[in-house]
Design a protein around this ligand. Structure first.
Ligand code: FE2
Length: 281
């Protein structure tokens, strides 16, 4: 069936007009997957789904993640909230979400996509922003692309968490260090043939590069990739359904009152390809 699609920004984000029954039928799943790769973020407004329906819809798009380094519980449901009663295992990691990141950079195969819907809105703030790392790479000068394609970047949980928790305790450092350290190419050549920057606050350093140069390069690329033309900012309304391609975008949440009870429910799709760099003959 034809889907009405509206571009939200020229380089990132599309809104589609459909209904719950169509989404649950799976008949538009292939189109949504294609849109995700092209546009990074897909949004449907005014679709009320309970957790079971959201889970079923997520399954139409790929392989539902039921558990990973830490078990997500409740058959794949992750409650995104600072309320420790709602999410005791993860709430302390969520301050890191105020900084641009990809999910799961400490994994060999990062998650493909995530489906998010709000259950409790924040009275102010709390918009989620998405940056298109495909477009940001494509716009770089060719000489710089060739240089960046040779680099490998080390990702750590400490790098992703310390900016949000500068007064971290010894116990917090120990927890962060319990996560794997992962090295990925800086430029991902996807199965689709498109290339994207693998950027995230979790990027600790460029392997083999002087720390001063490495820091300058990663910070400059982060500034480049998060320019307004690559970013879509989503202001949440109840019954929004938002899906993003985690492999080709970064995301972050804008500040909001951490005691306000804001809660989003998310289901995640397992990754389908490792981060592969350019193979040169
Ligand atoms: Fe995230």
């Amino acid at each position: 069936m034809a889907l009405t699609t509206i571009d939200l920004k020229p380089r990132v984000g599309s809104q589609i007009d459909t209904d719950r029954a169509t989404l649950l039928s799976g008949s538009v799943a292939a189109k949504i997957r294609a849109l995700l790769v092209q546009r990074g973020v897909v949004i449907v407004r005014g679709v009320e789904m309970n957790d079971a329906q959201q889970r079923a819809f997520t399954r139409t798009l790929g392989d539902l993640r039921l558990g990973t380094v830490k078990k997500e519980g409740e058959e794949g449901l992750m409650k995104v909230t600072f309320d420790k009663k709602e999410n005791p295992a993860y709430a302390e990691f969520f301050p890191g979400t105020f900084f641009w990141h990809m999910d799961g950079t400490y994994e060999e195969i990062p998650p493909f996509a995530t489906v998010l819907t709000p259950r409790v809105l924040s009275p102010s703030g709390g918009q989620t922003e998405f940056a298109n790392n495909y477009a940001a790479f494509e716009d770089l000068p060719e000489s710089e692309k060739a240089f960046l394609e040779k680099l490998q970047v080390v990702h750590t949980m400490q790098a992703s968490q310390l900016p949000a928790t500068p007064g971290a305790t010894v116990e917090q450092f120990a927890l962060w260090h319990s996560y794997p350290v992962r090295t990925h190419p800086l430029v991902w050549t996807h199965k689709s043939g498109r290339k994207s920057l693998v950027l995230s606050t979790s990027a600790s350093h460029v392997a083999g590069m002087h720390p001063v140069e490495s820091h300058a390069l990663l910070q400059r690329l982060m500034s480049w990739a998060t320019q307004p033309q690559y970013v879509y900012q989503h202001s949440w309304q109840m019954n929004d359904l938002l899906i993003w391609d985690n492999t080709g975008t970064m995301h972050r949440v804008l500040p909001y009152h951490m005691e306000c009870g804001r809660r989003l429910h998310r289901f995640t799709l397992n990754g389908e390809e490792a981060v592969v760099g350019v193979t040169r003959q």
